[in-house]
Design a protein around this ligand. Structure first.
Ligand SMILES: [Zn+2]
Length: 276
């Protein structure tokens, strides 16, 4: 086959083979035809299906409206991630899922429009090798905590991860007066720095970004972060002292908590989008 393509392409193909032992011949031809450009290897079907489900679940759970996005790190290349083209997340289908490098450049754009805030994802994947999935949302219940300085604190076991700390990113400190969007690599880096090693970061006057070690964890954390905010606000209005989870309780759940992966929720929510 290489002989047919010519000696000039043999080097390209051998490099491709080094990085992708599973690449079928058809893929190799596609790459060769795209020589000098990025790979057009087919995306991972199960990961794409899970990412589509995450988009739909987060819409059904009212964490997303027309905006917001969720990404997942590629399982075969940790230097890439999957994210939909710019479209309402509740409308995402497998054909809308695209691949990006960690500079948030599309691998195979084909004229599709891109989320302007995709740098949130790329810069966090760069800074946090442990992160495998990222959600950015504008859930209304989180906004009061991002604009008042009142910290989110863990109100119950399902959102114990809040006990690790949820800092607030103020884009004004990173970029002066902006349109509030994390639409450059530099702003993405600042957001990732504010997130630090934590599970989530609030964004003043904008929303939040949540990370996880899987799609099920990041979806669960997104849902329960918003619930934690609502419950904390409700508890505050009652006027009495509030007893939050203690650091010891947070740590015990972190080590052994069945709910950390939110796998039972994930199964339920996926079924709900099928039935809908
Ligand atoms: Zn946003």
């Amino acid at each position: 086959m290489i002989g047919k393509l010519g000696a000039g392409l043999a080097g390209v193909l051998s490099v491709v083979a080094m990085f992708s032992a599973r690449a079928p011949d058809a893929t190799a031809v596609s790459v060769a035809q795209n020589a000098g450009g990025p790979s057009r290897e087919p995306l991972e079907p199960q990961l794409v299906a899970d990412l589509v489900a995450a988009n739909r679940v987060l819409t059904l759970q009212e964490i997303f409206e027309g905006f917001g996005h969720v990404s997942v790190r590629s399982a075969r290349n940790p230097e890439r991630y999957l994210l939909s083209r710019s479209i309402a997340p509740g409308l995402v289908t497998p054909a809308d899922v695209m691949e990006f490098d960690l500079e948030s450049r599309p691998i195979d754009q084909r004229g599709r429009s891109l989320y302007s805030e995709r740098f949130i994802h790329g810069e966090i994947y760069k800074a946090r090798p442990d992160v495998r999935a990222v959600v950015h949302n504008h859930a209304p219940a989180l906004i009061p905590f991002g604009i008042t300085g009142v910290p989110l604190r863990p109100v119950y076991h399902m959102s114990s991860f809040v006990g690790a700390g949820v800092p607030t990113f103020d884009i004004r400190r990173a970029g002066g007066a902006t349109d509030m969007l994390v639409s450059t690599p530099a702003l993405g880096r600042e957001l990732a720095a504010t997130l630090g090693k934590g599970p989530a970061v609030l964004m003043r006057g904008h929303g939040a970004t949540v990370v996880g070690n899987s799609l099920s964890q990041v979806v669960g954390r997104s849902v329960y972060l918003e619930l934690n905010a609502r419950i904390q606000l409700q508890a505050t209005t009652l006027g009495g002292p509030i007893t939050y989870l203690s650091p010891d309780e947070v740590e015990k759940i972190r080590i052994g908590g069945e709910q950390n992966a939110y796998s039972r929720d994930w199964d339920l929510w996926r079924q709900q989008i099928v039935e809908k």
